[in-house]
Design a protein around this ligand. Structure first.
Ligand SMILES: Nc1ncnc2c1ncn2[C@@H]1O[C@H](COP(=O)(O)OP(=O)(O)O)[C@@H](O)[C@H]1O
Ligand SMILES: [Mg+2]
Length: 252
């Protein structure tokens, strides 16, 4: 069975960055097969990994809803939709990427969603690790997958507001019907020594810090130049620290 790692946190704190860094380390360490899932409609995990995304699961769903007659004669709609998502799956040497894309519009999506959900659950089984980069609400995770999460990585920047979002998400977990086995906090853009007040707040929320990542100028340059984070040098600040997190991940 695959291990499911999910990332959550406020917008802009570094979820996609940390996701990309994890995919990079999996590749470096020869861990495969890995499926990266971009589950944030406004996200850009693909771009961060140096990929051009042509078609998202959302596009496939909307396309089908607009014209259900497009299914070729002699093919049933389940097989057709599965074939379409398979085409949307980007297969790289070191990992695969599935982009969920936009949320559904108006209308009855039950049938098509059921097919997509079942397909994604089936897909899960073929990978060693599934890495899900979520939007703040984690809608996709609760609605599109079995709801099992082996490790929930909460990401915050070095700010109390980021931490409050972590608190809210933690409180939301029960309502989302997610079965989270382990949970840890990554403090991104962190100074070497964390402020006492910040640490007290973390303690109160009750999610242990499993990794801190400093501000990384190389990463920032890569982002500006739209270069793939897969190509970050081994000795860049963020890459050096992500190994702490990988140690935790391989133990789940
Ligand atoms: N440790 C870091 N050092 C420098 N820049 C960073 C760092 N972490 C994230 N960033 C930058 O901050 C911005 C937001 O990060 P992103 O990962 O997209 O956040 P999120 O996915 O949570 O919305 C990006 O431009 C990213 O390059
Ligand atoms: Mg993001």
């Amino acid at each position: 069975m695959s291990k499911i790692i999910a990332l959550a946190g406020k917008g802009g704190v570094g979820k996609t960055t940390v996701s990309a860094l994890i995919v990079r380390q999996f590749a470096k360490n020869g861990v495969s097969p890995v499926l990266a899932v971009d589950a944030d409609p406004n996200s850009n995990l693909g771009e961060t990994l140096g990929l051009k995304v042509e078609k998202t699961v959302g596009d496939i769903r909307e396309g089908y809803m607009k014209d259900p007659q497009q299914v070729p004669s002699g093919m049933d709609k389940i097989n057709y939709l599965e074939m379409m998502i398979n085409q949307g799956l980007i297969e790289e040497k070191d990992f695969d990427l599935l982009v969920m894309g936009r949320q559904e519009g108006q209308g009855c999506y039950c049938m098509v969603n059921n097919i997509l959900n079942r397909f994604i659950e089936e897909l899960e089984k073929s990978y060693k690790y599934l890495l899900v980069d979520n939007e703040a609400g984690m809608e996709h995770l609760s609605r599109r997958t079995s709801g099992r999460v082996d490790m929930l990585i909460m990401v915050t920047d070095y700010a109390l507001r980021g931490l409050r979002a972590v608190k809210r998400i933690k409180e939301m977990l029960a309502d989302l019907k997610l079965d989270v086995k382990e949970i840890g906090l990554v403090v991104n853009r962190a100074p070497e020594k964390l402020n006492q007040k910040f640490l007290e707040e973390v303690e109160e929320i009750g999610v242990p810090i499993i990794c801190t990542i400093p501000e990384d100028n190389t990463l920032l340059d890569f982002d500006m130049e739209r270069k793939s984070f897969m190509d970050l040098p081994d000795d860049s600040q963020s890459v050096l620290k992500i190994d702490e997190l990988m140690q935790k991940i391989i133990k789940i």
